[in-house]
Design a protein. Sequence first.
Length: 152
Amino acid sequence: MKKITGILMACILVLGLSACKAELTEDAGACTIEQNGVNIRMSFDAEGDKIVKIKQESVLSLEGYSEEDKAMIQESIDQAAAEYKDIEGVTYTTEENGDEIVEKIEMNVGDKETLQAVVSAGLLPVDDEDVTELSLEKTLEGLGSSGWTVEE
């Protein structure tokens, strides 16, 4: 009887713990900003308040730039690609669409190792370098107070 009770209690505990996991919500929050002619949109996939993925898209119009300016922009893109390429859980891509360059970055920050690697590389500004997860609410608050427009 004790064995059956023990097994039953273990099953109830496992079911209870699995029921507590929050569901993934894609684009649970998003914000935008325009800086120096670059339109940036950042969105967050989250499980409850925990951000698991950051997606950023930056669009730069090349209209009016000289060939020298375009070469400097390409240098910056190459440097960014080099910084992101060795971090597992991060994808960095760019494409040229006519007179625009579109840069896309995805970071799977729900993975603690990826989060730590991005923070250590200085690619994600946070107050605590030992951070293990990101709060959606606090991130949106911080971005909003830094001039970003938080989408409803």
